[in-house]
Design a protein around this ligand. Structure first.
Ligand code: PLP
Length: 489
């Protein structure tokens, strides 16, 4: 399997190269030259999560050999995941794919617990003997999951940039208390798009790349622009479908809808890849928060980033430049790399583009207002005793809107992306807990008490942990910051 750039099909490299490079030199993203198919999904029915992960990933990562890939899978999906890795909960006939039972309590763990191992193996295969520097922008959850995945990994340093005022308090604490000599965390005066743009710029700054090379470093990325992060995400959609089949909730061949709370378009793209590979999917429901640029695009064919970013209670979706949409557009345009290149340049120059002629009817797009997110959390808790976080609530709200609007009664799998305790203030308020004058931890204790759920240890322990990272910079100084952190003069 080769990987080609969305902006230049002439660039064609192996999976290990694509994982090491992260992003293509021309600014494009790597995509598989063709999407592999699963012959008969029913044959996968008896596989546990790890076997399934190996089965799916081996179709994409073809130059590792069985042993290396199995090793990666074994190291990733071990007992740092609880509740059987990814439970599927039937809540009044709606199915929730709970992706937040990893070490940092958000779905990013599904991919970032395996990416460091993939990267280590890929470096060995490529004979890379320089130290890798991972540069990553985060809207909150990627940062912590990447830090956790890469902490203490030899031969790799990781620098995470997060928007100073754009993450939840728990997310920030999780990052600032991260240990590991090879981890660095930097607050940016700006929003997630500033952080992501800044990182993308560094990847395209030839002068900076040369400086890094001269100092024995090579750059890579842990954002979902890295194909090594996207591939592991396809696995859980197979797992979700197969679990429902095993439980007899779906008939053979019966289609499902998949609803995904969407920011950078990585998670829903993985669902799309799953559909193309053979999961019987009817609609992919793309759920946005008030930053509804994606749902606008799906409904109008215009991608218009000339608007203010709004800070919401689902900060991991507070994004205006959804990187992975580029991959979908590449596929839907019949792999027209020139067109993608033009549109993406236009987006960075003028802040918008149009693509009205592509057929995006696999997707339904809509968005939730802040108030509706709270109502969704309150409703499902009151009706079913089930607690969801604000990101998952956006998906649930849009699923409800979709059902009302279309009367489609296809069974639906909702991607549940974070533990409700990670965004406890909003969740507590939404189920009627008085949070006035209480600090974050008191609120969380109250939330645990009222719901009879246990406050996850990862969050409980944050109270005692010392703050280890104190770096800040403005968005123009990210390069200088990296040089300083790495001790480059
Ligand atoms: C990252 C994240 C999302 C958005 O996922 P994308 O792949 O960026 O679309 C949604 N919910 C949570 C909790 C997240 O951490």
């Amino acid at each position: 399997m080769k990987y080609i750039s969305t902006r230049d099909k002439g660039i064609s490299i192996s999976s290990s190269e694509a994982i090491v490079q992260g992003i293509s030199m021309d600014g494009g993203l790597f995509v598989p030259e063709r999407l592999p198919k699963v012959d008969d999904i029913e044959n996968l029915m008896d596989k546990d999560y790890k076997e399934l992960a190996y089965e799916i990933m081996s179709k994409f990562i073809t130059d590792f050999g069985a042993q290396r890939l199995r090793h990666c899978v074994d190291k990733a999906y071990d007992d740092k995941f609880v509740e059987g890795i990814v439970p599927v909960k039937d809540i009044g006939g709606v199915y929730f794919l709970e992706l937040f039972h990893g070490p940092t309590l958000a779905f990013k763990d599904m991919a970032l617990s395996i990416l460091p191992h993939l990267l280590k193996e890929a470096m060995e295969i490529r004979g890379v003997d320089r130290e890798i520097v991972i540069l990553t922008a985060t809207s909150g959850d990627t940062g912590k999951a990447a830090l956790e995945g890469f902490a203490g990994v030899d031969g790799i340093k990781i620098v995470v940039f997060y928007p100073e005022d754009g993450v939840s308090e728990i997310q920030k604490l999780q990052m600032l208390t991260q240990n590991g000599d090879n981890t660095f965390v930097v607050g940016i005066e700006g929003d997630f798009d500033d952080a992501q743009n800044g990182v993308k710029k560094l990847f395209n700054d030839q002068n900076f790349i040369k400086l890094m090379n001269d100092n024995g470093y090579i750059l890579s990325s842990a954002n979902s622009i890295n194909i090594g992060r996207l591939i592991p995400q396809i696995v859980y959609y197979f797992h979700g479908y197969l679990t429902l089949r095993r439980q007899g909730k779906l008939r053979k061949g019966e289609k499902i809808n998949i609803a995904v709370p969407t920011g950078n378009f990585g998670n829903i793209l993985a669902a799309y890849y799953g559909k193309e590979m053979g999961i019987p999917v009817n609609k992919l429901i793309c759920a946005s928060n008030e930053n509804n640029i994606l749902s606008d695009f799906i409904n109008t064919g215009e991608y218009d980033a000339r608007r203010e970013l709004i800070l919401t209670s689902s900060p991991s979706m507070d994004i205006l430049i959804s990187s992975n949409l580029e991959r979908l557009l590449f596929h839907l345009s019949g792999e027209d790399a020139n067109l993608i290149d033009q549109n993406m340049s236009k987006l960075s120059r003028e802040g918008f583009y149009e693509m009205k002629s592509i057929d995006i009817s696999d997707f339904y797009g809509n968005y939730s207002e802040e108030e509706e997110v709270g109502e969704a959390i309150g409703d499902i808790f009151n009706e079913n005793g089930y607690l969801i976080d604000p990101h998952t609530a956006v998906a649930y709200d849009i699923y409800r809107k979709y059902s009302l609007e279309t009367k489609d009664d296809t069974k639906t799998l909702i991607s549940a992306t974070a533990s409700p305790f990670k965004f406890g203030t909003k969740v507590a308020k939404s189920i009627g807990i008085d949070i006035e004058g209480k600090d974050q931890f008191e609120t969380l204790e109250n939330l645990a008490l009222k719901t009879g759920m246990e406050l996850p240890q990862e969050i409980r322990s944050l109270r005692e942990k010392p703050i280890l990272h104190k770096n800040n910079c403005d968005k123009e100084s990210m390069r200088e910051m990296v040089e300083k952190l790495l001790g480059i003069e």
